[in-house]
Design a protein around this ligand. Structure first.
Ligand code: 9MG
Length: 280
């Protein structure tokens, strides 16, 4: 596994776990209620996340929460491209990732200066593979069973770890055949995407299995329903549970932690790293 990702000229050092800050620019965003839907506030929040320790920022204009409706391409472009352009013009020091499944958004974001593509559909939309290959950017391939609108209705697996691993292995192979080199790939089991609580817990318990794929591992558990199911807490009170889950993931090999709660996660990772360095 490569220890660095070249994100369009900005280097993401993965020799230690890093924080990916979530910047939702959607009116119905997963957990910030659209507070950053406005360009100016999105830009302020991105800079705050850098101050708080984010090593990369994931900009998304289409909600992928369970039950969410799809967004038209024009609308998604209108939401995310001005944010990326502004942050690039302000010389934000960390790479920007574009959270999208749409080839046109991938292309426009890459032209605007994005440094990575984060696709919850693992480049399965028509044209996405080609757009990602042409961009020259790293890509995060995430596993999802079904589509956001219906994925939590009745997710079924015989062996969740084996099936998610097989899916990611197949997508890696498709990407390599399409000209995306392995050193540009990141994989993600997709916590909460077409999975019951038990599936999510099994994936977390066995997360180290995914290291056989030989790619950096990204996880995103921040504020998700599985944490609410375990603790009985509402979205805004799930940060401590998210920290615990993310530390368990890092202990099992995760290198990129996608979260709304950048400052506490960065602190937790400092503790984890200090202990690991003493132990080495
Ligand atoms: C966009 N998005 C929402 N949750 C996510 C997760 O867990 N992983 C990745 N890669 N993207 C996500």
């Amino acid at each position: 596994m490569g220890e660095v990702l070249d994100c369009g000229g900005k280097v993401l050092d993965l020799s230690r776990p890093v924080v990916m800050g979530i910047l939702n620019v959607t009116p119905d965003s997963f957990s910030d209620g659209g507070r950053y839907g406005d360009l100016g506030r999105a830009v302020v929040r991105a800079w705050e996340m850098v101050e708080e320790g984010a090593a990369i920022i994931d900009v998304g204009g289409e909600s992928t929460r369970p039950g969410a409706d799809p967004v038209e391409e024009e609308e998604e472009l209108r939401r995310v491209i001005p944010v990326i352009e502004r942050l690039v013009s302000e010389e934000i020091p960390v790479p920007l990732s574009i959270d999208t499944s749409k080839p046109a958004v991938m292309r426009a974001a890459a032209s605007a200066g994005a440094g990575m593509i984060n696709d919850v559909r693992a480049l399965r939309e028509p044209g996405a593979l080609e757009a990602a290959a042409e961009s020259g950017l790293p890509v995060c391939l995430m596993h999802m069973q079904g589509e956001p609108r219906s994925m939590q209705q009745a997710p079924v697996y015989e062996h969740v770890v084996a099936e998610v691993t097989a899916f990611l292995r197949e997508r890696i192979s498709v990407c390599i055949s399409a000209g995306i080199p392995p050193e540009r790939l990141v994989v993600d089991p997709g916590f909460g995407f077409g999975k019951t609580l038990r599936h999510n817990l099994t994936l977390l318990a066995r997360l180290d299995t995914f290291q056989v794929l030989g790619m950096p591992l990204l996880v995103g558990i921040s504020r998700k329903r599985m944490l609410g199911e375990l603790t009985g807490r509402e979205m805004e009170d799930r940060m401590p549970a998210g920290l615990a889950a993310h530390l368990l993931a890092v202990e099992r090999g995760a290198r990129i932690v996608r979260t709304h709660d950048v400052a506490p996660t960065a602190d937790a990772l400092k503790v984890w790293l200090a202990v690991r360095e003493i132990g080495d």
